[in-house]
Design a binder for this molecule. Structure first.
Ligand SMILES: C[S@@+](CC[C@H](N)C(=O)[O-])C[C@H]1O[C@@H](n2cnc3c(N)ncnc32)[C@H](O)[C@@H]1O
Length: 224
Protein backbone atom coordinates (compact mmCIF):
# COMPACT_ATOMS: atom_id res chain seq x y z
CA UNK A 1 0.00 0.00 0.00
CA UNK A 2 1.47 3.42 -0.96
CA UNK A 3 2.07 5.96 1.84
CA UNK A 4 -0.09 9.10 1.74
CA UNK A 5 1.85 12.26 1.13
CA UNK A 6 1.99 14.55 4.20
CA UNK A 7 0.72 17.65 2.35
CA UNK A 8 -2.42 15.77 1.27
CA UNK A 9 -2.85 14.52 4.82
CA UNK A 10 -2.73 18.05 6.27
CA UNK A 11 -4.91 19.71 3.65
CA UNK A 12 -7.45 16.89 3.96
CA UNK A 13 -7.58 17.45 7.73
CA UNK A 14 -8.00 21.21 7.36
CA UNK A 15 -10.64 20.92 4.66
CA UNK A 16 -12.83 18.31 6.24
CA UNK A 17 -12.90 19.40 9.86
CA UNK A 18 -13.20 23.17 10.34
CA UNK A 19 -14.97 22.57 13.69
CA UNK A 20 -11.75 21.24 15.10
CA UNK A 21 -10.01 24.57 14.85
CA UNK A 22 -12.87 26.41 16.57
CA UNK A 23 -12.85 23.78 19.36
CA UNK A 24 -9.12 24.33 19.74
CA UNK A 25 -9.64 28.11 19.91
CA UNK A 26 -12.30 27.61 22.61
CA UNK A 27 -10.11 25.36 24.72
CA UNK A 28 -6.60 24.50 23.40
CA UNK A 29 -5.56 22.49 26.47
CA UNK A 30 -8.67 20.32 26.43
CA UNK A 31 -8.43 19.62 22.69
CA UNK A 32 -4.69 18.98 22.88
CA UNK A 33 -4.05 19.13 19.10
CA UNK A 34 -4.40 21.72 16.36
CA UNK A 35 -5.27 19.23 13.63
CA UNK A 36 -7.59 16.25 13.69
CA UNK A 37 -6.04 12.78 13.47
CA UNK A 38 -4.91 11.55 10.03
CA UNK A 39 -6.34 8.45 8.36
CA UNK A 40 -3.09 6.63 9.13
CA UNK A 41 -3.53 7.26 12.84
CA UNK A 42 -7.27 6.61 13.02
CA UNK A 43 -6.95 3.35 11.04
CA UNK A 44 -4.12 2.14 13.28
CA UNK A 45 -6.24 2.81 16.36
CA UNK A 46 -9.34 1.19 14.86
CA UNK A 47 -7.34 -1.91 13.89
CA UNK A 48 -6.84 -2.63 17.62
CA UNK A 49 -10.58 -3.13 18.16
CA UNK A 50 -12.15 -6.59 17.84
CA UNK A 51 -15.25 -6.73 15.68
CA UNK A 52 -17.03 -8.90 18.24
CA UNK A 53 -20.32 -8.22 20.02
CA UNK A 54 -18.69 -6.27 22.90
CA UNK A 55 -19.02 -2.57 23.53
CA UNK A 56 -16.41 -0.09 22.26
CA UNK A 57 -16.21 3.32 23.89
CA UNK A 58 -14.44 6.21 22.23
CA UNK A 59 -13.22 8.97 24.54
CA UNK A 60 -12.62 12.48 23.20
CA UNK A 61 -14.31 11.74 19.88
CA UNK A 62 -13.74 15.33 18.72
CA UNK A 63 -14.82 15.71 15.11
CA UNK A 64 -15.32 11.99 14.60
CA UNK A 65 -12.13 11.07 12.72
CA UNK A 66 -11.52 7.94 14.82
CA UNK A 67 -15.27 7.25 14.89
CA UNK A 68 -15.37 7.03 11.08
CA UNK A 69 -12.39 4.63 11.12
CA UNK A 70 -14.09 2.44 13.74
CA UNK A 71 -17.26 2.26 11.64
CA UNK A 72 -15.21 1.50 8.51
CA UNK A 73 -13.52 -1.29 10.42
CA UNK A 74 -16.92 -2.87 10.87
CA UNK A 75 -17.76 -1.94 14.45
CA UNK A 76 -21.56 -1.99 14.61
CA UNK A 77 -23.20 1.36 15.46
CA UNK A 78 -25.09 -0.14 18.40
CA UNK A 79 -21.77 -1.41 19.83
CA UNK A 80 -20.08 1.99 19.71
CA UNK A 81 -20.49 4.82 22.23
CA UNK A 82 -18.86 8.23 21.92
CA UNK A 83 -17.89 10.46 24.86
CA UNK A 84 -17.03 14.11 24.26
CA UNK A 85 -16.74 16.93 26.78
CA UNK A 86 -17.02 19.88 24.39
CA UNK A 87 -20.73 20.65 24.04
CA UNK A 88 -20.53 21.94 20.46
CA UNK A 89 -18.44 18.99 19.24
CA UNK A 90 -20.79 16.57 21.03
CA UNK A 91 -23.78 18.12 19.23
CA UNK A 92 -21.96 17.87 15.89
CA UNK A 93 -21.13 14.22 16.54
CA UNK A 94 -24.77 13.55 17.33
CA UNK A 95 -25.75 15.20 14.07
CA UNK A 96 -23.15 13.39 11.93
CA UNK A 97 -23.60 9.95 13.50
CA UNK A 98 -27.33 9.66 14.29
CA UNK A 99 -27.07 5.88 14.72
CA UNK A 100 -24.51 6.20 17.55
CA UNK A 101 -24.94 7.04 21.20
CA UNK A 102 -23.10 10.26 21.94
CA UNK A 103 -22.60 11.07 25.61
CA UNK A 104 -21.71 14.67 26.27
CA UNK A 105 -19.60 14.68 29.39
CA UNK A 106 -16.30 14.26 31.17
CA UNK A 107 -14.35 11.01 30.80
CA UNK A 108 -13.39 11.46 34.46
CA UNK A 109 -17.06 10.58 35.19
CA UNK A 110 -17.28 7.72 32.74
CA UNK A 111 -18.96 5.20 35.07
CA UNK A 112 -21.73 7.66 35.86
CA UNK A 113 -22.22 8.58 32.20
CA UNK A 114 -22.54 4.94 31.17
CA UNK A 115 -24.75 4.00 34.11
CA UNK A 116 -27.16 6.82 33.27
CA UNK A 117 -27.48 5.43 29.76
CA UNK A 118 -27.96 1.88 31.03
CA UNK A 119 -24.64 0.68 29.56
CA UNK A 120 -22.42 -2.01 31.04
CA UNK A 121 -18.80 -3.07 30.69
CA UNK A 122 -16.81 -2.41 27.54
CA UNK A 123 -14.39 -4.63 25.60
CA UNK A 124 -12.31 -1.73 24.32
CA UNK A 125 -11.84 1.94 25.12
CA UNK A 126 -10.26 3.98 22.34
CA UNK A 127 -9.01 7.36 23.47
CA UNK A 128 -7.84 10.58 21.83
CA UNK A 129 -7.78 12.37 25.18
CA UNK A 130 -4.75 14.60 25.78
CA UNK A 131 -3.74 12.44 28.77
CA UNK A 132 -0.24 13.84 29.21
CA UNK A 133 -1.39 17.45 29.39
CA UNK A 134 -4.03 16.68 32.04
CA UNK A 135 -3.43 17.41 35.70
CA UNK A 136 -2.14 14.28 37.42
CA UNK A 137 -5.24 13.86 39.55
CA UNK A 138 -7.54 14.18 36.51
CA UNK A 139 -5.42 11.68 34.57
CA UNK A 140 -5.64 9.19 37.42
CA UNK A 141 -9.40 9.71 37.70
CA UNK A 142 -9.87 9.12 33.97
CA UNK A 143 -7.72 5.97 33.96
CA UNK A 144 -9.36 4.58 37.09
CA UNK A 145 -12.75 5.05 35.45
CA UNK A 146 -11.57 3.46 32.20
CA UNK A 147 -10.30 0.31 33.90
CA UNK A 148 -13.36 0.14 36.14
CA UNK A 149 -15.64 -0.12 33.08
CA UNK A 150 -13.40 -2.44 31.03
CA UNK A 151 -13.89 -6.21 31.01
CA UNK A 152 -11.03 -7.95 32.81
CA UNK A 153 -9.28 -8.70 29.50
CA UNK A 154 -10.32 -5.38 27.95
CA UNK A 155 -8.00 -3.06 26.02
CA UNK A 156 -7.31 0.63 26.33
CA UNK A 157 -6.03 2.16 23.09
CA UNK A 158 -4.40 5.58 23.37
CA UNK A 159 -2.29 7.69 21.06
CA UNK A 160 0.29 10.25 22.04
CA UNK A 161 2.52 12.71 20.20
CA UNK A 162 5.15 12.23 22.87
CA UNK A 163 8.01 9.74 22.55
CA UNK A 164 7.17 8.84 26.18
CA UNK A 165 4.33 6.46 27.05
CA UNK A 166 0.95 8.20 27.41
CA UNK A 167 0.72 6.70 30.90
CA UNK A 168 3.90 7.20 32.92
CA UNK A 169 5.37 3.81 33.83
CA UNK A 170 5.12 4.28 37.57
CA UNK A 171 1.47 5.21 37.30
CA UNK A 172 0.73 2.22 35.04
CA UNK A 173 2.42 -0.04 37.58
CA UNK A 174 0.34 1.39 40.43
CA UNK A 175 -2.84 0.94 38.43
CA UNK A 176 -1.94 -2.69 37.74
CA UNK A 177 -1.78 -2.22 33.99
CA UNK A 178 0.90 -2.60 31.35
CA UNK A 179 1.25 -1.02 27.93
CA UNK A 180 2.91 -1.70 24.63
CA UNK A 181 3.62 0.69 21.79
CA UNK A 182 1.86 -0.86 18.82
CA UNK A 183 2.90 1.53 16.09
CA UNK A 184 4.59 4.82 15.30
CA UNK A 185 2.47 6.66 12.76
CA UNK A 186 4.73 9.01 10.79
CA UNK A 187 1.94 10.08 8.42
CA UNK A 188 0.30 12.27 10.99
CA UNK A 189 1.04 15.82 12.02
CA UNK A 190 2.80 15.62 14.36
CA UNK A 191 3.83 11.93 14.13
CA UNK A 192 2.06 9.90 16.78
CA UNK A 193 2.52 6.68 18.74
CA UNK A 194 -0.31 4.25 19.37
CA UNK A 195 -0.22 2.36 22.66
CA UNK A 196 -2.39 -0.48 23.95
CA UNK A 197 -2.81 -1.06 27.70
CA UNK A 198 -4.24 -4.09 29.49
CA UNK A 199 -4.45 -5.22 33.09
CA UNK A 200 -1.41 -7.20 34.15
CA UNK A 201 -2.04 -10.91 34.54
CA UNK A 202 -1.77 -10.70 38.33
CA UNK A 203 -4.26 -7.84 38.41
CA UNK A 204 -6.78 -9.80 36.31
CA UNK A 205 -6.73 -12.58 38.88
CA UNK A 206 -6.76 -10.23 41.90
CA UNK A 207 -10.08 -10.07 43.73
CA UNK A 208 -10.01 -6.26 43.78
CA UNK A 209 -8.32 -4.53 40.86
CA UNK A 210 -5.80 -1.93 41.99
CA UNK A 211 -7.43 0.81 39.95
CA UNK A 212 -10.33 0.95 42.38
CA UNK A 213 -8.12 1.45 45.40
CA UNK A 214 -5.77 4.21 44.25
CA UNK A 215 -6.26 7.34 46.33
CA UNK A 216 -4.71 10.76 46.75
CA UNK A 217 -2.51 9.33 49.53
CA UNK A 218 -1.08 6.70 47.16
CA UNK A 219 -0.18 9.47 44.75
CA UNK A 220 1.69 11.42 47.42
CA UNK A 221 3.59 8.32 48.50
CA UNK A 222 4.58 7.30 44.98
CA UNK A 223 5.21 10.90 43.89
CA UNK A 224 3.32 10.99 40.55
C1 LIG B 1 -7.12 15.39 20.13
S1 LIG B 1 -8.78 15.90 20.23
C2 LIG B 1 -9.77 14.77 19.32
C3 LIG B 1 -9.17 14.09 18.20
C4 LIG B 1 -10.17 13.31 17.36
N1 LIG B 1 -9.62 12.01 17.14
C5 LIG B 1 -10.34 14.04 16.04
O1 LIG B 1 -9.48 13.85 15.18
O2 LIG B 1 -11.29 14.81 15.89
C6 LIG B 1 -9.20 15.47 21.91
C7 LIG B 1 -10.67 15.55 22.23
O3 LIG B 1 -10.84 15.14 23.59
C8 LIG B 1 -11.86 15.95 24.18
N2 LIG B 1 -11.66 15.89 25.64
C9 LIG B 1 -10.63 16.43 26.36
N3 LIG B 1 -10.76 16.15 27.68
C10 LIG B 1 -11.91 15.40 27.78
C11 LIG B 1 -12.55 14.78 28.88
N4 LIG B 1 -12.09 14.90 30.12
N5 LIG B 1 -13.68 14.08 28.64
C12 LIG B 1 -14.17 13.94 27.37
N6 LIG B 1 -13.60 14.51 26.29
C13 LIG B 1 -12.47 15.23 26.48
C14 LIG B 1 -11.62 17.33 23.57
O4 LIG B 1 -12.74 18.16 23.67
C15 LIG B 1 -11.25 16.96 22.13
O5 LIG B 1 -12.39 16.90 21.31
Amino acid sequence: MSKPDPITTVSHSLKVRPNFLSAWLRNPKQVGAVLPSSDGLTNTMAAQVNRGPGLTIELGAGTGAVTSALLSRGIKPDHLVLVEKDRILAKELDHHFPALRVLEGDAARLQQLLRRSGLGLADTVVSSLPLLSMRTLTRIRVLSQVFAILQSDGKFVQFTYSPRPPIPERLAHSLGIEGKRIERVLWNLPPANVWVYKRTLENITATRPKVNTLHRGDMRRTGF
